[in-house]
Design a protein. Structure first.
Length: 134
């Protein structure tokens, strides 16, 4: 239960980061994109405000650092993004030694998936922040 709580807080952090970093698509009635607005993170920065992020579990900084060093998403050939997956995570572990245990790799994988989910939700101008969804 302790580890599940830590995992939930880390994935919520990653999902919120993805939500905040997504450029916002304003769509027409037919579903096509009318214009794209700057990300919510850019909007917070421009307003001189701190973006809302959940508190991280104690001692989790190294996992967040590994998450950003890995880069949580990869481009798709036809546009869009996907979450970093095992073919990227395993060599990252071996090359950086920043994480070494299986549970850390699984956590990193979950964080990348959560970031991607948040990013896709954040592209919607009516998207609800993961922190507000609970």
């Amino acid at each position: 239960k302790f580890l599940a709580g830590r995992l939930r807080r880390l994935t919520l952090y990653a999902e919120q980061m993805g939500f905040l970093q997504a450029p916002i698509d304003v769509k027409k009635q037919d579903g096509s994109v009318e214009r794209t607005l700057p990300s919510r993170l850019e909007q917070y920065r421009e307003a001189g405000r701190k973006a809302p992020l959940p508190d991280l579990p104690d001692g989790a900084d190294y996992l967040v650092n590994a998450f950003f060093a890995l880069r949580p998403t990869r481009p798709l050939a036809m546009g869009g993004i996907r979450a970093a997956d095992w073919p990227e995570i395993a060599p990252f572990m071996q090359a950086t030694k920043s994480i070494s245990d299986a549970w850390e790799a699984e956590t990193l994988h979950s964080m990348c998936s959560a970031f991607c989910d948040g990013f896709h939700a954040g592209q919607n101008s009516f998207g609800i922040s993961p922190m507000e969804r609970g």
